[in-house]
Design a protein around this ligand. Structure first.
Ligand code: BGC
Length: 429
């Protein structure tokens, strides 16, 4: 993982120091105790957009209802995709002053925290509560490292969704099909451009947005099986299909709003729904955000699996872990994890977030048409994990990818991109 810059570390350490000063808590205080007789819980995440904050509040209300008198400190750090939040967290972990629980992705990103000895082993809690039997196999497995559970899943997002503006597309005479391919998509986008509208809304102020767009294009060109092989070193970032995907991505970038690096993912999807452009690739947290902004599904916006990805579900999981050492409020952290694994809470959270519940015991019958489709697809599509969200690989490899995408956005140099990724395949996987 890239080292946090000095300013971030000193700000985070200063913030932690002042928090300790205000609460009178010490990082080494015995677990389960709090100052002032009030039970406290501090959680970190990157859920700060309108829909994300509302969904997080469902969880906060849930834990408060399970533990009377609990006061919750929501220490979310803004920045879609979580790079800022993870950097701030790294500084706190380094300073020995963790929050009680933090948001993370399962599998690869989780493994990096496990390898660093930073997250607590939750296997006993999983066994006592029989959680594995209430989850799809893929989801339960992603929460483990070497057969032990270190995190709990709150929801399942899909990363490869193209959100579309029906009115803009129909005015330009364009239809986008999941069964089509990237060539057909680009042809359609050029028609939109010829009709005088910006084809693509992109908001990659936080680089994950463009990293996720490129990821979807690569999956279309390589297929699910070769995508997986990129992370087991059985297929190369140098392959002709990946190079083609980079060329496609360059074209799609040239068909995007010029201010893409100045706006955020949520601004971009809302611009799409307002008719500023025709499409926006984003994970289905966009669904939660559009509903939160009172946009009407089917009218203001529609969706299609990214063309060429129809049988692929790009899994982006959300969950929380608790620290292995120096946990300030162990009982409250335990209550938090149990709240997340309440099927009713999972359904209520999903309704705001746009995800589907991780638990098969959660009732999804009242969730939206989009979410019903996502749930069906998760059950039958090929499940792959996201690189843009650090789930399919270690955090270090995911950071190399994010850096390579940032550089490529400026240079458009395919060879430089494939060189840095093939080098990382050799040394970081
Ligand atoms: C998370 C989502 C979040 C999105 C944008 C992803 O990494 O999985 O829950 O909404 O980032 O911030």
């Amino acid at each position: 993982m890239r080292a946090p810059n000095k300013l971030t570390i000193s700000l985070a350490v200063a913030a932690t120091a002042s928090l300790i000063a205000v609460t009178g808590c010490s990082a080494n205080q015995p677990t389960g105790t709090t100052s002032g007789g009030t039970d406290k819980l501090e959680i970190t995440s990157w859920w700060t957009s309108g829909s994300e904050a509302e969904a997080l509040n469902v969880l906060i209300d849930g834990v408060k209802a399970s533990k009377s008198g609990l006061s919750v400190d929501n220490a979310a750090v803004s920045g879609g995709g979580g790079a800022n939040a993870r950097q701030a967290l790294a500084a706190r972990l380094q300073a020995g002053s963790p929050p009680d629980a933090w948001q993370l992705h399962p599998a690869g990103q989780l493994k990096s925290y496990v390898d660093g000895g930073q997250v607590a082993d939750l296997t006993e809690l999983w066994t006592q509560n029989n959680w594995a039997s209430q989850l799809p196999k893929d989801v339960a497995e992603a929460q483990q490292v070497d057969g032990k559970y270190y995190t709990v899943p709150i929801g399942v997002h899909r990363g490869n969704v193209l959100w579309t503006n029906p009115a803009v597309l129909s005015k330009a005479g364009v239809t986008i099909n999941a069964t089509g391919d990237v060539d057909e998509l680009i042809t359609g986008l050029k028609k939109v451009e010829a009709a005088g509208v910006t084809p693509v809304c992109l908001g990659d102020k936080d680089v994950f947005a463009s990293a996720e767009l490129l990821e979807s294009i690569i999956m279309s060109r390589t297929g699910a099986d070769n995508w997986k092989k990129l992370f087991t070193n059985e297929y190369s970032f140098d392959a002709p299909e990946v190079k083609q995907a980079l060329e496609d991505y360059k074209t799609i970038l040239s068909l995007s709003n010029k201010d893409h690096s100045a706006i955020t993912w949520d601004e971009a999807v809302k611009k799409m729904a307002d008719g500023t452009c025709a499409v926006s690739l984003m994970g289905d947290w966009a669904y939660g955000e559009l509903i939160n902004a009172k946009k009407q599904p089917g009218t203001d916006f529609a969706w299609v699996t990214f063309p060429g990805n129809e049988d692929i579900f790009d899994y982006v999981g959300d969950g929380f872990s608790i620290p292995a050492k120096n946990i300030p409020h162990a009982d409250a952290a335990n209550a938090w994890l149990k709240t997340l694994m309440d099927p009713k809470v999972q359904t209520e959270f999903a309704a705001k977030k746009g995800s589907i519940p991780a638990m098969t015991t959660a009732d999804i019958s009242k969730l939206s048409e989009y979410q019903q489709e996502a749930a069906k697809s998760f059950a039958k599509a090929k499940i792959v994990s996201s690189l843009a969200h650090g789930q399919v690989s270690t955090a270090e490899f995911a950071q190399t990818y994010a850096d390579a995408v940032s550089t490529f956005n400026g240079s458009g140099n395919v060879d430089a991109f494939t060189a840095s990724m093939t080098q990382a395949q050799k040394t970081q996987l």
